[in-house]
Design a protein around this ligand. Structure first.
Ligand code: AGP
Length: 609
């Protein structure tokens, strides 16, 4: 997520803004920028890289003024670069703004503006807004121009806007991305989260979606975007800085588990729409025809990303009937793979920097295949070295154990499968059923997060075991692998994932009263088989933890613990079944006193071989 800071008051703005950017660095970003106003002149500076790079660019120069805005950018549209960094301005420099969020209809707005002669400098969605506000600022005041521009926008925004025409006025607006206004003594500071505010004041108001505020040194007024004045309660922030950075959660991993409804909504945003039997993956448009003619798709990745690929195999083969192979990137790159010109290789990587996956990309490209990427970090090496791809838009994932990236990767693979299936193996009516259900998944995850107390109890019962077995079938076999990986990488308990039917080919020898077995027991076509596997475990005194979408007397009699989740269409069950397993691993690791966000021996991105 991008970071926003704005200031208006009696003090020099730049030091406060730069200090605020430092506070927001934890959110993850790839570039930074700042703009202040002084004596009717706009002073603006921005740079790819860190806040330190911005300071180096300043080189000791002063940015004068008692009003300003500053931004840390987490790229969604447009590579990380100086020109794509915020603040963005219109052509005449009468509007400067910073933005957190995604403008879904920016392309059509940009086309219209370019048709009218507006010249764009960046590849960002944000720049569209600066031109729109300038375009509307005729015969009306600043806030009206902003209001008119926002009325055209589809998507999410948290905005801070200044103008040399109104040197004492800071306008902020919120729809979908948080904005907090700190109330000081004769000064105001706005930010994406309280970490940039608390050192100045703990008195804040929280803007709600659809609200804007006009802020001056003499005071502020909050209005709806429809220009209805609002009275807002002033709240006091009680959190410590550390608590604020984690959004009040104890660890980044827990914050990111709970972010999944939102991160998934962002992954789906602008790509599927209720009532429309289509999937729009804009990043794949340049290679759409070649992709649709793929004779085979090879998914490569490591760790959790490899697990997402295994789910992708089920999704693409079951929905689009295109053969899929899933390869560990580290194996693919060394086994002299046989590739054909009509093969498509898709690299899956949250960081976009995993050395083995990047090497696999280079190997595949050298052999003439079409190579695509599914990454979370815009402008990452894998994103840049693949011919096209899809970004997760999941926001920075800071916990070493990957959680929200996994569900977003699976969601992208589901959308890819539907895009490939449309008009070939699935009718529009069938596509529509899947699209409507995919749209429901974030809300269903919200409901799953409510069972955290039951998972905490379970963690108490099993925190001291030395081995775990995770079993699943079909698209939930990879979820069994992912659940096992989560547990072992943060709690250091040995855990293995297996296809449930494989148990009798070896692992059943391990079963006894000390070996808890997690079954993903969903009422898809495999439920009866899973039930018999559970009986086999119980016959050997094994303890069974069942993740299920519907209770039945047999399961209740056999399982020593049941976690119930909402049902969904079979191909989408991994998106739901994985969530309780993420939480189970987290709760056990916390009880074992492990460093959940930075587990021993692990790095967030394995950039070495
Ligand atoms: C998963 O929790 C681990 N952090 C690890 O397996 C990770 O998925 C793997 O290193 C791949 O990382 P990437 O997605 O950034 O390429």
């Amino acid at each position: 997520m991008c970071g926003i800071v704005g200031y208006v008051g009696f003090r020099e703005a730049a030091p406060i803004l730069l200090g605020g950017l430092r506070r927001l660095e934890y959110r993850g970003y790839d570039s930074a920028g700042i703009a202040t106003l002084h004596e009717g002149k706009l002073y603006l500076l921005k740079a790819q890289g860190r806040v330190d790079d911005l300071l180096a660019r300043l080189n000791g120069r002063r940015l004068p003024g008692h009003i300003g805005i500053a931004h840390t950018r987490w790229a969604t549209h447009g590579e990380p670069s100086d020109i794509n960094a915020h603040p963005h301005t219109d052509m005449r420099g009468i509007v400067a703004l910073i933005h957190n969020g995604i403008i879904e209809n920016y392309a059509s707005l940009r086309t219209e503006l370019e048709r009218k002669g507006y010249a764009f400098r960046s590849q960002t969605d944000t720049e569209v807004l600066a031109h729109l506000i300038e375009a509307f600022w005729i015969g009306c005041d600043f806030e009206t121009a902003v209001r008119r521009a926002l009325s055209l926008v589809v998507g999410a925004y948290g905005l801070a806007i200044i103008s040399p025409r109104e040197p004492d006025t800071l306008i902020i607006a919120r729809k979908g991305s948080p904005l907090i206004l700190g109330i000081g003594e004769g000064e105001y500071i706005v930010a994406s989260d309280a970490s940039a505010i608390v050192e100045h004041t703990r008195q804040v108001i929280y803007l709600e979606d659809g609200e804007m505020a006009i802020v001056r040194p003499t005071g502020y007024v909050v209005k709806s975007i429809e220009n209805v004045e609002k009275t807002k309660e002033i709240c006091t922030i009680e959190w410590s800085l550390e608590q604020i950075e984690r959004g009040g959660f104890e660890h980044f991993m827990l914050k990111e588990i709970f972010e999944q409804p939102t991160s998934l909504e962002n992954t789906l945003r602008g790509r599927i729409h209720p009532g429309r039997p289509e999937v729009q993956l804009g990043g794949l448009l340049p290679v759409r025809d070649r992709l649709l003619q793929a004779r085979r798709i090879i998914l490569v990745g490591c760790g959790t990303s490899w697990h997402a690929g295994l789910v992708g195999e089920y999704l693409i083969e079951s929905l689009a009937r295109i053969p899929v192979e899933v390869e560990y990137a580290s194996e693919f790159r060394y086994r002299d793979p046989i590739l054909y010109p009509d093969d498509v290789v898709i690299a899956i990587s949250q960081s976009g920097e995993t050395a083995d996956t990047l090497a696999a990309v280079r190997e595949a490209r050298a052999r003439g295949a079409l190579v695509l990427g599914i990454c979370n970090v815009v402008g990452s090496s894998i994103a840049r070295e693949t011919e096209a791809g899809v970004y997760l838009h999941a926001g920075p994932e800071i916990g070493v154990a990957s959680t929200k990236a996994f569900t977003s990767q699976v969601a992208v693979l589901a959308m890819l499968a539907l895009m490939l299936a449309r008009g070939r193996t699935l009718t529009d009516a069938e596509i529509l059923v899947y699209v409507e259900e995919l749209y429901q998944i974030p809300e269903k995850i919200r409901r799953i997060l409510d069972i955290r107390p039951a998972i905490q109890e379970l963690a108490q019962r099993f925190k001291d075991v030395t081995n775990f077995l995770y079993l699943g079938r079909g698209p939930n076999f990879p979820v069994a692998l992912e659940g096992a990986l989560k547990l072992k990488e943060i709690s250091y308990i040995h855990a293995e994932g297996y296809p449930a039917a494989e148990m009798k080919h070896g692992p059943i020898a391990l079963i006894d009263e000390n070996m808890p077995v997690v079954f993903i027991a969903l009422h898809d076509g495999t439920y009866e088989k899973i039930l018999s596997n559970i009986q086999e475990v119980r016959a050997r005194r094994g303890q069974v933890i069942a993740i299920t979408d519907a209770l039945d007397p047999t399961l209740e009699e056999l399982a020593s613990a049941i976690l119930q989740i909402p049902g969904t269409l079979d191909p989408f069950t991994p998106l739901l079944a994985v969530v309780p397993l993420q939480l189970l691993a987290y709760e056990i690791a916390v009880l074992r006193g492990c460093d959940v966000d930075k587990p021993r021996n692990l790095a967030k991105s394995v950039t070495v071989e």
